[in-house]
Design a protein around this ligand. Structure first.
Ligand code: FAD
Ligand code: NAD
Length: 482
C-alpha cells in the first residue's frame, strides 16, 4: 500500500481535474488518477471535454463557420476574395494544437497546485481504497475521501455497428481526413446538430435521421421551431419520426458506402452515405469502476446514485459530472467538483441545479436557462412572456445575423424571471447575463431598468425584458397602454 491522501479523484475530465485543483487549493493532499491516452498513446489530462468534446468541436465549428462566411457573405460587405480554398489538414492541425495547449495547461495547473497525477485505470475497492492498474504495475492507494469522475461514452446502437472509419461516433467525426460527399447522422440532438453543421459548412450533403417526432424537445418550442427552419435553410436535411433499421458498409463501384435503411410513417427508406455519424446520446462510465465490495449504488441507467451534495451511498465517496444524474455538461461537472471539494474541506457549498445554462453551438447559437414555456404550462404556472427579434437589433444587422430572438418568461404576479431562451448570434454569451440575473432573483423589470451599452447584442435581452411588461421600444408591444 502506498501513501495516504486526503482526497483521491478518479477521472481528470472537467469534473475531476477542477475538483482536484480546488481540493489542493484548500490544503488537501490530493491525487488524480486518469487513464486517457491520446492518439500516440501518451497520457493526457482533460478527459472528453478537452480531447474529443467541447474544445475540438468548438474549434471546428469556428473554422467551418469562417469558411462558410467567407464563401457566402464577404461579397455582401463589398469584399472580393479570389480562390477561397479548404485545407482540411491545416484545420485539423489547428484543432489538435488547441487541444495540446489546453491539456498541457492542466498539467501545469496540477504541478503548480501540487496535485499528484497518477496514470492508470482506477477501481474503487472497499474502505476507500483504490486499485490503479497501468501497463506495468498494479498499486493500491488509500484516501480519506474519494471523488469518482469517470465521465461518459457514446451510446452504440446495434443497428449501426461502428468501425471507426465509415460508421463513427462523435470522436471519429472530429477526425475525418476528407469532407464526406454525403454524410448521414443518426440523432438530431446536440452533437448531431453541431457536427452536422461543421461538415455541412465544409461542403457535405447532410441528412439527419431522428427517432422523435418533435425537433429538439429540450428547447423552448418557439426557439426549436425557429431553429429547425433556419437549419433547413442552411441545408441540414432533418428527417423526424425516422427510426434507423440498419446501417451496413458495402463496397460499390464508387468506393465503400454506408447503406442505411430507416423507417418513418410512410414505410422503409434507403439511403447511401460516404460516412455515418452515430450521435444518439452518451452513457455513464460506471462499468469496471467499482469492485462489488465497494457497495456503491447505481441507478437503472448506470449513473452513480448521489444526493444533492454528490455523496454516494458510501460515506466519504462522492461522484460528480457525467457519471451522475443531471445534464451531461462540462460546467455542471466542474461546479459539482468545486462543491464537493468545499464540502470535504468543511465549507458550505451547493450547486443551483435549477440554473445550469445549456448552449447548442450552431450558427446562430441556441441557449437557455430555467424553465421553457411548455414546462411552465405543464406545471400550471402563471407566467407572462416578452420577446425581441434580432432582426430589430442594430448590432445584429451590422453583424449580418438577424435570425432568431430573445424570449423571457417571468412570473405573472411577482415578475421574477423563470426562464430565458435565446436563438441568435452569441447566444452563449447573452445567456450568461440571464443566469446572473436569475441567480440574483431578478425580475424582468430589473433587467428593463438596467442600462445596456448601444449597439450590442445584449440590448436584445434588455428589450425582451421590457417587452414582458409591454414597454419595449424597438418592437411593437402586445398591448399599448392608453
Ligand atoms: P469526462 O470528460 O468524460 O472525463 C472522464 C475522465 O475519466 C476521462 O479522462 C477518462 O479517461 C477517465 N476515466 C474513466 N474511467 C476511468 C478509470 N476507471 N480510471 C481512471 N480514469 C478513468 N459539454 C459542454 O458543457 N459544452 C460543450 O460544448 C460540449 N461539447 C461536447 C462535444 C462533444 C463532441 C462531446 C462528446 C461532448 C461535449 N460536451 C460538452 C459534454 C462534455 O464533454 C462532458 O459533459 C464532460 O466532458 C463531462 O466531464 P466529466 O469530467 O464528467 O467526464
Ligand atoms: P442527445 O441526447 O443530445 O441527442 C440524441 C438524439 O438522438 C436525440 O434527439 C434522440 O431522440 C436521438 N436518437 C436516439 N436513438 C435514436 C435512434 N435509434 N435513431 C434515431 N435517433 C435516435 O445526445 P448527443 O447529441 O449524442 O449528445 C450527448 C450529450 O453530450 C448531450 O446530452 C450533451 O449533454 C452533451 N453535449 C453537449 C454539447 C453542448 O453543450 N453544446 C455538445 C455536444 C454534446
Amino acid at each position: 500500500m502506498s501513501e495516504k491522501y486526503d482526497v483521491l479523484v478518479i477521472g481528470a475530465g472537467p469534473a475531476g481535474y477542477v475538483s482536484a485543483i480546488r481540493c489542493a487549493q484548500l490544503g488537501l493532499k490530493t491525487a488524480c488518477v486518469d487513464n486517457w491516452l491520446d492518439k500516440d498513446g501518451k497520457h493526457v489530462l482533460g478527459g472528453t471535454c478537452l480531447n474529443v468534446g467541447c474544445i475540438p468541436s468548438k474549434s471546428l465549428l469556428e473554422s467551418s463557420e469562417l469558411y462558410a462566411r467567407c464563401q457566402n457573405e464577404l461579397s455582401d460587405h463589398g469584399i472580393t476574395v479570389k480562390d477561397i480554398g479548404l485545407e482540411l489538414s491545416t484545420m485539423m492541425q489547428r484543432k489538435n494544437k488547441i487541444i495540446e495547449d489546453l491539456t498541457l495547461g492542466i498539467e501545469g495547473l496540477f504541478k503548480s497546485n501540487k496535485v499528484e497525477w497518477i496514470k492508470g485505470r482506477g477501481r474503487l475497492l472497499a474502505n476507500r481504497r483504490v486499485e490503479v492498474s497501468s501497463e506495468d504495475k498494479q498499486e493500491i492507494y488509500q484516501a480519506e475521501n474519494i471523488i469518482i469522475a469517470t465521465g461518459s461514452s457514446s451510446v452504440e446502437i446495434p443497428g449501426a455497428p461502428q468501425d471507426n472509419q465509415f460508421i463513427v461516433d462523435s470522436t471519429g467525426a472530429l477526425e475525418f481526413d476528407e469532407v464526406p460527399g454525403r454524410l448521414g447522422v443518426i440523432g438530431a440532438g446536440v452533437i448531431g446538430l453541431e457536427l452536422g453543421s461543421v461538415w455541412r459548412r465544409l461542403g457535405s450533403e447532410v441528412v439527419i435521421i431522428e427517432a422523435q417526432d418533435v425537433f429538439l424537445p429540450i428547447a423552448d418550442e418557439k426557439i426549436a421551431r425557429a431553429g429547425k427552419a433556419e437549419f433547413k435553410k442552411q441545408g441540414l436535411d432533418i428527417r423526424l419520426n425516422a427510426r434507423l433499421m440498419s446501417a451496413e458498409v458495402k463496397k460499390t463501384d464508387t468506393g465503400n458506402k454506408v447503406e442505411v435503411i430507416y423507417q418513418d410513417a410512410k414505410g422503409d427508406h434507403n439511403e447511401s452515405f460516404d460516412k455515418l455519424i452515430v450521435a444518439v446520446g452518451r452513457q455513464p462510465n460506471s462499468d469496471n469502476v467499482f469492485d462489488d465490495e465497494a457497495e456503491v449504488l447505481l441507478d437503472e441507467r448506470g449513473c452513480v446514485h448521489v444526493n444533492e451534495q454528490c455523496e454516494t451511498s458510501v460515506p466519504g465517496v462522492y461522484a460528480i459530472g457525467d457519471l451522475v444524474r443531471g445534464p451531461m455538461l462540462a460546467h455542471k461537472g466542474s461546479e459539482e467538483g468545486i462543491m464537493v471539494a468545499e464540502l470535504i474541506a468543511g465549507n458550505h457549498a451547493e450547486v443551483n441545479y435549477d440554473l445550469i445554462p445549456s448552449v447548442i453551438y450552431t450558427h446562430p447559437e441556441i441557449a437557455w436557462v430555467g424553465k421553457n414555456e411548455q414546462q411552465l404550462k405543464t406545471a400550471g404556472e402563471n407566467y407572462k412572456s416578452g420577446m425581441f427579434p434580432f432582426a430589430a437589433s442594430g448590432r445584429a444587422r451590422a453583424l449580418g445575423v438577424t435570425t432568431g430572438m430573445v424570449k423571457i418568461l417571468s412570473h405573472a404576479e411577482t415578475d421574477r424571471i423563470l426562464g430565458v431562451h435565446v436563438f441568435g448570434p452569441q447566444a452563449s454569451e447573452i445567456i450568461a447575463q440571464a443566469v446572473i440575473a436569475m441567480e440574483m432573483g431578478a425580475s424582468s423589470e430589473d433587467i428593463g431598468l438596467t442600462v445596456f451599452a448601444h449597439p450590442t447584442l445584449s440590448e436584445s435581452l434588455h428589450e425582451a425584458a421590457l417587452a414582458v411588461n409591454n414597454n419595449a421600444i424597438h418592437v411593437a408591444n402586445k398591448k399599448i397602454k392608453k
